[in-house]
Design a protein around this ligand. Structure first.
Ligand code: HEM
Length: 470
């Protein structure tokens, strides 16, 4: 297979900020310090060479691995030869306790049936129909902030709350069963406990040896079934369930899903797993993307003014339906650059099922193939000034300089994020609404540190002060 890596031709001018990121170690770490780093923050484990080479293979405590950053090889793994790989064990270990066999974690026929059944909820037409609800939620957030003018808030919490409220009026149109704040607390606890890579798992210790993270995640794991029960009970009580599939929300779609061949409904476990999957995936990743975007907006006055001006010009017309979301080109470029520098899903991983050759390297069956948007999006061979904040890369006139599959915040191929269009629309609407009314500034001295805990989040939250623009 040929390597098509080339330095992006994109050139931009002017001094650009270098936002917060851990400095990669120069060399791979020794066993004990690697175990410690993987538990603390896996982002700090990847050495410099991973950001420079198209593929790095090796043998560590994680077993055999291949870090793949060549777009050709990524196409092979995620798009063209998906049958040669499966989702890897470590990912399943972190996610399955909460997400069961939902769309994110299932495979084979189970996955195919789920994906086909849920696709209509995310069709372009359906996503456009969620825009008024998204605009209302963003306006509700902006009006709630009026009483916080001049105050300091944790933007991560604010964004999570707003994303959950949006889910509760779009995909889960009758609410998410419990107080969204309770769900957020349970999810955060899960990410902070189960979401940490446990050294005992890495060294292959027997399953009966207790893992601290897993013990601490129990309250969260007990809470999720309560959410499922509340949502399903509410549905059963409702006398006015829509009969026309066009009007179904995600829960109606789940309850009506049928196997094409047998006509059998989706199992109770799959229903429960997908309710938690779609609430979890549906609020956490967009909330992260929003928090990072607002952080980046606060460090660049030029882009702040561009995005404010665009919002002042277009938002009123978006609210009346006279403008399309695609016209927010500066806001979109800003968000895309935020997801380049801080991809909410920082690592995708698969297990190779057969021996094969990838980018000239032999990959034996059982190797963990890692495609890490965190590394790919900062790769020296693919990006000019990769650590600098420069949303102009994503303006329409510059986009053709970005090599396909060198930018994959939503993944690629058949398992690409099903909620990508929904998420982009929601994030654009939220940023545009906030930029029209407020300026946010990072609290002086607040340390911004990206950490990888299933998703990429700022370790100490994102403390920002809110100032009204008008
Ligand atoms: C900025 C926001 C988001 C980002 C960055 C993101 C990222 C991703 C990525 C990278 C994958 C592929 C994982 C892999 O290949 O292993 C994925 C899959 C998935 N995402 Fe998202 N996502 C976002 C928003 C959402 C939303 C809003 C929902 C639902 C409402 C959602 C639901 C899912 C599901 C169910 C899958 C599994 C798809 C499958 O395997 O068929 N995501 N997402």
């Amino acid at each position: 297979m040929s390597l098509t890596l080339s330095l992006s031709e994109y050139v931009s001018t002017g001094p650009r900020p270098r936002p917060a990121a851990p400095r990669p170690p120069e060399k791979p770490q020794q066993l004990l310090s690697l175990l410690w780093t993987l538990n603390k923050n896996p982002l700090e484990a990847w050495p410099q060479s991973h950001y420079e080479e198209p593929i790095v293979t090796g043998n560590t405590v994680l077993g055999r691995f291949a870090m793949v950053s060549s777009p050709d090889a990524i196409r092979h793994v995620l798009v063209e030869k998906t049958e040669n790989y499966r989702k890897d064990d470590l990912q399943n270990l972190l996610l399955r306790p909460a997400l069961g066999n939902g769309l994110l974690t299932s495979s084979g026929n189970e996955w195919r049936m789920q994906r086909r059944s849920f696709a209509p909820v995310f069709s372009p037409r359906k996503v456009t129909s969620y825009a008024p609800a998204m605009l209302n939620e963003a306006a509700a957030l902006a009006s709630r902030w009026r009483s916080l003018d001049g105050k300091i808030v944790d933007i991560c919490e604010e964004m999570a709350r707003s994303m959950l409220d949006t889910l509760a009026t779009t995909l889960f149109s009758r609410g998410i069963g419990r107080d969204p704040a309770e769900f957020r607390r349970a999810a955060t606890r899960y990410f902070e406990t189960q979401g940490r890579i446990d050294p005992l798992d890495l060294i292959g210790a027997p399953a009966w040896l207790p893992r601290i993270g897993r013990l601490l995640s129990r309250p969260a794991l007990k809470f999720f079934p309560l959410v499922v029960n509340a949502i399903l009970e509410e549905r059963r009580r409702a006398a006015d369930a829509p009969t026309n599939p066009e009007d179904w929300d995600f829960v109606d779609t789940l309850l009506n899903a049928r196997d094409e061949a047998t006509g059998a409904p989706i199992s109770e476990e799959e229903i429960a797993a997908n309710i938690i999957t779609f609430i979890g995936a549906g609020f956490e990743t967009p909330a992260n993307a929003l928090s990072w975007t607002l952080y980046l907006l606060s460090i660049d006055e030029t882009w702040r003014r561009k995005v404010e001006a665009e919002s002042d010009r277009l938002l009123p017309d978006l609210q009346t339906g006279n403008v399309k979301i695609d016209e927010f080109i500066y806001t979109r470029a800003l968000i895309e650059e935020a997801m380049r520098l801080y991809p909410p899903v920082a690592i995708l991983s698969r297990t190779a099922l057969h021996d094969h050759v990838l980018s000239g390297r032999k990959i034996v069956a059982g190797t963990t193939v890692i495609i890490a948007p965190w590394i790919l999006h900062r790769h020296r061979m693919l990006w000019n000034d990769p650590d600098c904040f420069d949303p102009a890369r994503f303006l329409p006139q510059n986009r053709s300089n970005i090599e396909r599959l060198s930018y994959i915040p939503f993944g690629a191929g058949p398992r690409v994020c099903i909620g990508a269009t929904y998420a982009m629309q929601q994030i654009i609407i939220t940023i545009a609404t906030l930029a029209r009314h407020y300026r946010l500034d990072l609290v002086p001295g607040h340390a911004v540190l990206p950490v990888h805990r299933v998703t990429l989040r700022p370790e100490h939250g994102m403390k920002m002060s809110i100032m009204r623009r008008r």
